[in-house]
Design a binder for this molecule. Structure first.
Ligand code: PAF
Length: 282
């Protein structure tokens, strides 16, 4: 497997692909690859001649230093997982200093109301960090397509807006959430759950299923109350936010407009581990 470490190496890789007239799909990740990531890579492989997976734990998107320290770092096993896929994959795994120089700092963006809800409220600065690294990667790598999972749905909307604001010529490909058998959305953080808590984790998806069933018959406040009560009654979960929101603007639903798409969004702690999930409702 071709593992690139520097921007110069990326420059040479990109030049070669251009000479070969090869299309390039980019899958940006922070490593600790799971089946959800591998689905993004498989799709990128089907839709492009070459695929570049970036593995970079981006310090500027962590608003909590403990969270950054705890984040799983598993480069060797990530590379093994990618080697098992039958596809021309290269990996870009730079050091922090290669991407940021001596001091990692995020740029400042204005995402308007998109960042004034949900993750934007609970993780101040997070989206500036995400947008910074995604912009740097897109400008450096110049892929034809870039793949993002819908699990981080707000991130996807933020990246869409950043790409539009900056006029970066790339097609963003959103990919559905991949779930475990009990419905838990795949995430690198799931490995941090103890066995006991892992057995409880499917509860969040069950709850979102109930929300979907009730959407259209109960109003958003009644549904939110039901979710709050269910999680308060659960001994291991602590709700951070729940929202039924317009799938494009992410603003909380008022009166339902049947011409629009809505999604339910949830963030909750299970023990020490923060889980997020979302589900399309119509
Ligand atoms: O979704 C992620 O893993 C990260 O936020 C991303 C897009 C790779 C940026 O660091």
């Amino acid at each position: 497997m071709n593992v690139l470490r520097t921007k110069d190496e990326i420059g040479r890789y990109r030049k070669q692909l251009r000479q070969e007239d090869s299309s390039l799909g980019l899958v940006p990740t922070m490593g600790a690859l799971h089946k959800g990531h591998l689905e993004l890579v498989r799709r990128a492989c089907r839709e492009n001649d070459s695929v570049l997976v970036t593995i970079f734990v981006n310090p500027t998107q962590f608003n909590n230093s403990q969270d950054l320290l705890k984040y799983p770092k598993t480069l060797e096993s990530d590379l093994d997982k990618l080697r098992d896929l039958d596809c021309a994959i290269s990996v870009f795994a730079p050091e922090v200093s290669e991407m940021y120089g001596a001091s990692p700092n995020a740029s400042t963006y204005d995402f308007g109301n998109l960042e004034r809800v949900m993750e934007g409220v609970y993780r101040p600065g997070h989206f500036n960090g995400v947008a910074t690294i995604v912009e740097v990667l897109l400008r450096l790598i110049l892929p034809d397509r870039v793949y993002f999972g819908e699990k981080d749905y707000q991130q996807l909307q933020i990246v869409r807006q950043m790409v539009q604001q900056k006029g970066i010529p790339v097609t963003i490909v959103p990919c559905p959430i991949v779930r475990e058998a009990d419905g838990l959305a795949m995430s690198s953080r799931n490995t941090l759950l103890t066995n006991r808590l892992r057995n409880e984790a499917g509860f969040l998806y069950k709850l979102l299923g109930e929300v979907k069933k009730n959407f259209g018959t109960k109003n958003a406040n009644e549904i939110a109350e039901f979710v709050r009560e269910a999680l308060t009654a659960h001994p291991d979960f602590k709700l951070e936010y729940f929202s039924i929101a317009d799938a494009e603007t992410l603003q909380p639903v008022g009166i339902v407009d049947t011409t629009k798409k809505y999604r339910a969004f949830i963030a909750a702690y299970l023990g020490e581990v923060r889980l997020i999930d979302n589900l399309p409702l119509n």
